[in-house]
Unconditional design. Structure first.
Length: 171
């Protein structure tokens, strides 16, 4: 499977196509999708997962019947590939943003994967920062509503501003 699987989603996200090509297909190695039941995130059931080294996104077949959730989850998983290519200065800036939220006792999150890690802080801070980045990207770029969007509006807007300022997008 080549990178064209993501074209409609990425057009909607307004990611620069050269950035997309660099992240999702460096050296000609495309990211593929595999439909897989029985996915796990540690001891928890999961509907998706990204295997960065093998360049595979695993999605649960139930997502085929839920277009909005498919868009949100696929965007989240794609941004795992962005996270590993983001660079230390931008990752450090993201962590600073999250530390400010935590210091202010901001409640809620923008997805299940970051919410359960946030509940286990400080032990899972590095995992939390990655998952919060991907959940935030899914909220910003996939659109739609989700019961998982529980972070307060003030904090959501700060995250949106960070994403739009720090990442290579165009309008």
């Amino acid at each position: 499977m080549n990178s064209t699987w993501a074209r409609p989603l990425l057009d909607r996200c307004r990611l620069r196509s050269d950035f997309l090509a660099d992240v999702l297909t460096p050296a000609g190695r495309a990211v593929s999708i595999q439909w897989s039941a029985g996915l796990r995130d540690g001891a928890r059931d999961a509907v998706a997962g990204a295997d960065i080294r093998r360049r595979v996104i695993h999605l649960h077949p139930s997502l085929k019947q839920r277009a909005a959730e498919y868009r949100r989850i696929l965007t989240h998983e794609m941004f795992h590939f962005v996270w590993v290519r983001l660079g230390n200065p931008k990752r450090a800036a993201w962590k600073d943003l999250l530390r400010a939220e935590l210091a202010a006792n901001a409640r809620g999150e923008l997805g299940w994967s970051s919410a359960w890690r946030k509940a286990e802080l400080p032990a899972r801070f590095d995992e939390y920062t990655c998952e919060a980045f991907c959940d935030t990207a899914a909220w910003v770029f996939a659109g739609g509503a989700s019961e998982e969007y529980t972070l307060g509006p003030k904090w959501r807007e700060r995250r949106r501003a960070w994403m739009l300022r720090m990442a290579p997008y165009h309008y």
